[in-house]
Design a binder for this molecule. Structure first.
Ligand code: 5GP
Ligand code: MG
Length: 193
């Protein structure tokens, strides 16, 4: 492995993550069968999830007639690794979403600020439909209520890294998900995505 091991406890193995992604793909493929689907991944956290999900959906027979994948990138200020409500768009998607069926794909729903911001932004563009998919959910952390139609796995009330989730840009490429000990984290004011 290229990257050093995360200094934390294992939460989900690569196999458990793959199972969860496969189940999300089955549900999405069924819901959008024979229809064109736009998957919009939120960078950088949903980088791997979006690719794996798109590939898994594409392999399911009688799924969407077409899958268009695009990304947008958001950042937030505050703690280096969590949003504090000030979310901003760093890079917009290039595909048009108006009159199209869109699934927004993010790594984790925490306080809900990021997804709330993106759902509002995308709804203004009048998609035919908009649903949200997250691999991990921390419902107890929610400040802003956001609809989540597709949820993969519960996340513990801890800071998790791996499979796209970073701590100050580290550990994103870990194939498993681990929880970092809060004592090993220090505060910083750099933006996070
Ligand atoms: P929210 O806006 O819901 O509070 O936070 C969402 C974003 O904060 C996620 O997309 C992710 O980038 C970051 N985030 C929230 N919780 C965690 C976590 O446990 N680990 C990591 N690496 N990022 C998190
Ligand atoms: Mg994110």
């Amino acid at each position: 492995m290229i990257e050093s091991r995360a200094p934390g406890r294992l939460i989900y193995t690569p196999g458990e993550i793959a199972d969860a992604v496969g189940k999300l793909a089955l549900r999405i493929a069924w819901d959008y069968r024979r229809k064109p689907l736009v998957l919009l991944g939120v960078l950088k956290g949903a980088l791997y999830l979006t690719v794996d999900l798109a590939r898994a959906i594409a392999q399911i027979a009688d799924g969407p007639s077409e899958i268009v994948v695009d990304y947008l990138c958001v950042g937030s200020y505050g703690m280096s690794d969590r949003s504090d409500g000030q979310v901003r768009l760093l890079m917009d998607a290039s595909v048009q979403v108006t009159n199209r069926d869109v699934v927004l794909v993010d790594d984790i729903a925490d306080k809900g600020y990021t997804l709330g911001f993106l759902q509002t932004l995308l709804k203004e563009r009048a998609p035919a439909s908009l649903r949200t998919c997250v691999l991990f959910d921390k419902p107890s952390a929610r400040v802003v209520e956001v609809p989540l139609e597709y949820v993969g796995l519960p996340a513990p009330d801890a800071f998790v890294v791996g499979y796209g989730l970073d701590y100050q840009e580290r550990f994103r490429s870990l194939p498993y998900v681990a929880a970092i000990d809060p004592k090993t984290k220090e505060e910083s004011s750099s933006p996070s995505t």
